[in-house]
Design a binder for this molecule. Structure first.
Ligand code: ATP
Ligand code: LTN
Length: 355
C-alpha cells in the first residue's frame, strides 16, 4: 500500500448478521471505495465487549462477520481486512485516547445514553469510553475518510476533537479524519419502531431486514412494517416516520429521488413489492457466497487440525503466519514495526485453530 491514495478505515461490530442498514449505511460504500483508496476494514470485537455475551458465541460471530464482509464484496486482495483484537495497538491507543478525553464530552454521547438505557444492569466503563477506543482505531491508521452510517457522526466529531487536542499538546501527529456518509441510506430505521435505528442486535426479527433474508421473508417483514393510517406516500420523517423510512430504503437501493418516488408510487402498499425486489437484488448472492465461505472454512479447519502444530504456526511455516506477515507489510509505516506485530501472527493462527 505504498502509494499516494487516500486512506479509508472503518469497522463493524460482530454482534449479529448484518442488516440492510449496515449494508446501505456502511458496507456498500466500503466495497465501492476499495477501487480508489487504501482501505482498512476491521471487525470491532473489542468494541463489542461492551455488551456481555458468551465468549464462544462472540468468537463465532466474529468469524461470521468476517465471512459476511467477504460475501458483501470486500476483497482481501484489495483491502486489508482484519480483526481488531489481533492488533494490540488498538487497545494501547485506546488508553492514550482515554487520557485525552473529557468526562463531560463522553457523557454527552447519545450511543452511551442509548446503550446504558438498553442494558441498565451493565453500564460498564468500556461503554463510556467507547468513543475513545474508536478515535484510537481511526487515528492509528491516519485515516482520511471514515465511511459510516449517520449514527456515528458524533463519534467522528469526537475523534477530530481528541486529535486536535492531542496535536496541540504533543505536536502535529494525527491527521484529522472526515466522515463519509452515503447520500441515501445513512440512517435506516427499525421496521417496527421507525423512530429508532435498525440495529443488528435487535431481538425482534421483524424490526430488521437481514442481508441473508430470502425474498419471501423480506416481503413479509416489509408488509408488517409500522406505517401510519394515511395511505399516501410522502417524505416527512417527523409526521410519517414509517413511510419515510421505506422511501429512504427504496431511494438508497434504486437511486430514485424522493420526488420520483412520490410521482411513481401512489399507495404505500405499492412500494412493498418493489422494495422487496430491489432489496433482494442488492443482497442476493450474499447468502450463497456466505455458505460457500463457511463450507470452505470447515474444510480448511479440518486440514489445519490434521497438520502438526510446528508446521501450522512454527517459524517459516504456516499460511496464517504468512498471511499475518503480509498484513504487516501492507500496514502504514507508523503502524508497521510496532512490537505487537509478531503477536498478530500467533493470534491469527490461534484464531484459525478455534474453527
Ligand atoms: P449493534 O446492534 O450491535 O449496535 P449496529 O447494527 O448498530 O450494531 P454497528 O456494528 O454498530 O451496527 O455499525 C456498523 C456500521 O453500520 C456503522 O458504520 C454504522 O454507522 C452503520 N449502521 C448501523 N446501523 C445503521 C442503520 N440503521 N442505518 C445506516 N447505517 C447503519
Ligand atoms: N463504533 C462503530 C464501530 C467502529 C468503527 C471504528 C467505525 C469501531 N471503531 C472506527 C469506524 C471507524 C459502531 O458502533 N458502528
Amino acid at each position: 500500500m505504498e502509494n499516494n491514495k487516500k486512506i479509508i478505515l472503518s469497522g463493524i461490530q460482530p454482534t449479529g448478521v448484518f442488516t440492510l442498514g449496515n449494508y446501505l449505511g456502511a458496507v456498500r460504500s466500503w466495497k465501492q471505495m476499495q477501487e480508489d483508496y487504501n482501505c482498512y476494514y476491521f471487525i470491532a470485537d473489542l468494541h463489542s465487549m461492551t455488551i456481555h455475551i458468551d465468549p464462544q458465541k462472540r468468537r463465532q460471530q466474529t468469524r461470521e462477520a468476517f465471512a459476511l464482509l467477504l460475501a458483501c464484496g470486500i476483497d482481501p486482495e484489495k483491502s486489508l481486512v482484519f480483526v481488531q483484537s489481533h492488533n494490540k495497538c488498538h487497545a494501547e491507543m485506546g488508553w492514550i485516547m482515554d487520557c485525552c478525553s473529557q468526562f463531560g464530552e463522553l457523557s454527552r454521547m447519545t450511543q452511551f445514553k442509548d446503550k446504558s438505557a438498553k442494558h441498565p444492569d451493565n453500564i460498564n466503563a468500556g461503554l463510556f469510553t467507547y468513543p475513545a477506543l474508536m478515535a484510537g482505531d481511526i487515528l492509528l491508521y491516519q485515516a482520511d475518510y471514515v465511511p459510516v452510517g449517520a449514527d456515528q457522526t458524533q463519534h467522528l466529531e469526537f475523534t477530530r476533537d481528541v486529535a486536535t487536542r492531542f496535536n496541540h499538546t504533543y505536536g502535529e501527529v494525527f491527521k484529522l479524519p472526515e466522515g463519509y456518509f452515503p447520500k441515501a441510506g445513512a440512517r435506516v430505521m427499525s421496521l417496527q419502531d421507525p423512530t429508532s435505528k435498525m440495529s443488528k442486535s435487535d431481538t425482534n426479527p421483524k424490526a430488521t431486514i437481514s442481508i441473508l433474508d430470502d425474498e419471501k421473508t423480506i416481503l413479509k417483514k416489509f408488509k408488517s412494517a409500522v406505517t401510519d393510517s394515511e395511505a399516501c406516500v410522502r417524505f416527512d420523517p417527523e409526521a410519517k416516520p414509517g413511510v419515510s423510512n421505506l422511501m429512504t430504503i427504496y431511494s438508497a437501493i434504486t437511486g430514485k429521488t424522493m420526488e420520483e418516488i412520490v410521482d411513481s408510487v401512489k399507495r404505500v402498499t405499492d412500494i412493498m413489492g418493489e422494495i422487496t425486489a430491489a432489496s433482494q437484488e442488492q443482497t442476493s448472492g450474499i447468502e450463497q457466497i456466505n455458505q460457500a465461505i463457511t463450507q470452505m472454512r470447515k474444510v480448511h479447519a479440518r486440514t489445519l487440525r490434521s497438520t502438526p502444530p510446528a508446521r501450522r504456526a512454527g517459524a517459516g511455516g504456516g499460511e496464517h503466519v504468512a498471511h499475518a506477515q503480509s498484513l504487516r507489510h501492507r500496514q502504514p509505516s507508523h503502524v508497521r514495526g510496532q512490537p505487537c506485530r509478531d503477536h498478530d501472527a500467533e493470534r491469527l493462527a490461534d484464531h484459525q485453530r478455534h474453527d
